[in-house]
Design a protein around this ligand. Structure first.
Ligand SMILES: [Fe+2]
Ligand SMILES: [Fe+2]
Length: 285
């Protein structure tokens, strides 16, 4: 299959549509939590921002979908917009269920250039999701929240994996649809979109370090909240392992997000990280 071909577009859209899971957040089996569990949930600093981000992303993606063609691509992007709005609804149901006070604020106006907004938001998700994969796994290991509750949040994480899988293939398809001479400009715009998203996140990380609240990349603010005994290198290595696991189910002919995992591998290499040796198997003889 040639990247950028009609066959690539059909595979990309079909894979996205067929792996969509139908569920209604309001009818999920929300588990009862004891006082400690509810207090832990309340102490997480990102509910407002998480709901606001999902709502804003849902509005942008849904508006962009209306501009897309052919109909199969429009359907896939519209489904992504629906999933983003469902993320907001899932989180809103959670905070209501466990009595967490939030103030997501008013909905902002839509950006004028929706294709640019879709690209930049998508690259932002490439960064956020990579770290969210690791965070989610660590939260499970540390039993930070009861597993039945983490199971209900699991679709958000896997759907973000599908979104960024979609993004990198959509970008490649769009680039190949352009005349050869126009492709470097498209590439430059993508680099600018990624750099902008990365800049927003480093600024937010600075904010968090200074005791402020994250405006972008709210997954970063969750890292401190989970706690646990792990180094930054162990965390990055875990994100890489989870990244491979999250993309394993999808058609191998589709492109995978590469930039953030490559940067993560480079970080582990220059810091001399070694995979911990496996403990020797005990003899059963
Ligand atoms: Fe989302
Ligand atoms: Fe997403």
């Amino acid at each position: 299959m040639r990247i950028g071909s009609e066959e690539h577009l059909t595979l990309l859209c079909r894979e996205f549509i067929e792996t969509h899971r139908a569920f209604d957040p309001t009818t999920l089996p929300w588990p009862a939590l004891d006082e400690t569990g509810t207090a832990k949930l309340r102490s997480l600093p990102f509910w407002d921002e998480a709901i606001r981000t999902e709502q804003r992303t849902g509005a942008k993606v849904s508006a962009y979908a209306a501009l897309e063609s052919p109909p199969l691509l429009r359907e896939a992007v519209a489904l992504q917009g629906y999933e983003e709005r469902r993320h907001a609804q899932l989180l809103a149901t959670l905070v209501e269920r466990y009595g967490i006070a939030i103030d997501p604020g008013p909905e902002g106006a839509l950006p004028r250039n929706l294709e640019w907004a879709f690209t930049r938001t998508g690259y932002g998700e490439c960064i956020d999701s990579f770290f969210a994969f690791g965070l989610f796994a660590l939260a499970r290991d540390a039993e930070f929240l009861p597993h039945p509750l983490l199971d209900l949040l699991e679709p958000i994480v896997q759907e973000e994996a599908r979104h960024i899988l979609f993004l990198v293939n959509w970008v490649a398809y769009k680039r190949h649809q352009r005349p050869r001479a126009a492709r470097p400009l498209h590439r430059a715009r993508c680099v600018a979109a990624f750099a902008g998203a990365a800049y927003d996140r480093t600024r937010s990380a600075g904010n968090i370090a200074g005791g402020g609240v994250s405006k972008d990349g709210f997954t970063a603010s969750g890292a401190g909240a989970i706690g646990g005994d792990f180094s930054l290198r162990e965390f990055v290595a875990r994100c890489l392992a989870e990244n491979a696991y999250r993309f394993a189910p999808y058609d191998p002919r589709l492109l995978r997000p590469r930039l953030v995992p490559t940067l993560a591998r480079a970080y582990l290499m220059v810091t001399g990280w070694r995979r911990p040796a496996r403990p020797a198997l005990e003899s059963t003889g």
